[in-house]
Design a binder for this molecule. Structure first.
Ligand code: MN3
Length: 204
């Protein structure tokens, strides 16, 4: 079965004013759709056609660039949409809150490190919060559509992503132009911590 564009879990207007509807429509309906279409073209007739996108990412070094770029694009965006929600933001609770305090000292210090990873990623890429193999938490960033699942050296941290932020200009340019730090600041208002907690519980 071919890879498919997942529906947005909320209306394109739902994250306004932090992320505008036009950006959401183009980002999901055009950019993500293009990754899905190009991924399907790249894996057509190969074993990867029947694999999960997670398993493809984990063995990405075996595949051509078209699979890495578009497969990463599909995995990253599919995750990203679920990590945001209307009336969200605030702070995590329970085990995740404790783990963030343990790994970073405080939620504020974590947010500072994550924002810094997002702001200092040169060009296009992503910022991540991951659960590493030893189950500790780490912040890192990757270029292009790479991600911490991939068996390549570009990931500053290898592990299971539980929070992700797209810092490609297509994610924020209409509303924020060159002001990436403002976009990163606004992201905290839409973070779906319930989903991050769920992913943490599965990964730890
Ligand atoms: Mn994007």
């Amino acid at each position: 079965m071919a890879f498919e564009l997942p529906a947005l879990p909320y209306a394109p207007t739902a994250l306004e004013p932090h992320i505008d509807a036009k950006t959401m429509e183009i980002h999901h309906g055009k950019h993500h759709q293009a990754y899905v279409t190009n991924l399907n073209n790249a894996v057509a007739g190969t074993d990867a056609e029947k694999m999960s996108i997670e398993d493809i990412c984990k063995g990405i070094s075996k595949y051509p660039a078209a699979v890495r770029n578009n497969g990463g694009g599909h995995y990253n965006h599919s995750l990203f949409w679920t990590l945001m929600a209307p009336n969200a933001g605030g702070a995590p609770s329970g085990d995740l809150a404790a783990a963030i305090d343990n790994s970073f000292g405080s939620l504020d210090e974590f947010k500072k490190q994550f924002a810094n990873a997002a702001a200092t990623r040169f060009g296009s890429g992503w910022a991540w919060l991951c659960v590493k193999e030893d189950k500790s938490l780490a912040v890192c960033s990757t270029p292009n559509q790479d991600n911490p699942l991939m068996d390549v050296d570009t990931a500053g941290c290898k592990g299971t992503p539980i929070l992700a932020l797209d810092v490609w200009e297509h994610a924020y340019y209409l509303n924020y132009q060159n002001r990436r730090p403002d976009y990163v600041g606004a992201f905290w208002n839409v973070v779906n911590w319930k989903k991050v907690e769920e992913l943490y519980a599965k990964a730890k």
